[in-house]
Every structure is written in structure tokens, then in C-alpha cells.
Design a protein around this ligand. Structure first.
Ligand SMILES: [Zn+2]
Length: 132
């Protein structure tokens, strides 16, 4: 990101709160877009593909499956809002042919995810995140 901030003629520093592209939660940061953003910056915005701290922590031990509507594909498929984490050891058995050391974030169609999870679908299992 550029160091110099050119003020937007109408919206000044033009701030926004970046959100995580995986979970959609706020990243607890404020980014000043200034004139780099042509309109008034929305309060929340996806700015990059860098996961938030919580997702980053999960990605050390888990694979994240972002549920999308059946039939959706491409760069930005329609998400249902359901995201689940599967332990890496388990995911390696389920997704044998995928290189999970390279990529641990996947879009998955709702019907496929329901098939994989069975009775566990929609049930939250609480797991404590490792301490920093
Ligand atoms: Zn996140």
C-alpha cells in the first residue's frame, strides 16, 4: 500500500473497516482510502485475501470449507453464510487428491457439504483456539 495518502476532495481520509474474506468479520483495523477510492468508502469492505487473525489461527490446523449455493462456481460464488473447519488430518482422508498443504480454503456446494458432514451438518463443535 502507498504511504502517501491523498485526501478525497469530498470524503477526506475516507475510512473503512476491512473485513475478512473468509468469515466476513471485522479485522479490528481501520484503513484510510482517501482519494484512492473514488466514492465514499463503505463502512465495511473486503480489501484483500489476507485472513483475519482468527481464521489464520484455524488455518494452521484446519481446512476451511465455505459453503456456497448448489450450482455456484467461479471467483466469487454466492455464499450461504455457513463456514466449517475440518481438522487437517481428517480433511486429508476426505479430500485425498487435493494438495492441502498448498490451499486450505475451499468453496463447497451445500449438498456436497451436507453429504460429507451428515448428522454433524449445522452443529457447532466448540474447540478452543491455541493461545498465542
Ligand atoms: Zn476470518
Amino acid at each position: 500500500m502507498k504511504k502517501d495518502l491523498r485526501l478525497h476532495p469530498e470524503y477526506g481520509v475516507n475510512p473503512t473497516i476491512p473485513v475478512c474474506y473468509i468469515c466476513g468479520q471485522n479485522k479490528n483495523e481501520v484503513v484510510l482510502l482517501g482519494a484512492a477510492y473514488k466514492e465514499k468508502a463503505p463502512m465495511h469492505m473486503h480489501l484483500d485475501k489476507i485472513p483475519c487473525d482468527k481464521c489464520n489461527e484455524l488455518l494452521k490446523s484446519d481446512v476451511l470449507l465455505i459453503e456456497v449455493r448448489d450450482g455456484e462456481s467461479g471467483e466469487n460464488p454466492y455464499r450461504t453464510g455457513y463456514i466449517t473447519a475440518i481438522r487437517l488430518e481428517v480433511a486429508k482422508r476426505v479430500f485425498e487428491k487435493m494438495d492441502l498443504d498448498k490451499n486450505r480454503i475451499f468453496f463447497i456446494e451445500q449438498s456436497v457439504l451436507k453429504n460429507i458432514l451428515g448428522d454433524l451438518y449445522g452443529k457447532e463443535t466448540k474447540r478452543k483456539l491455541p493461545d498465542n
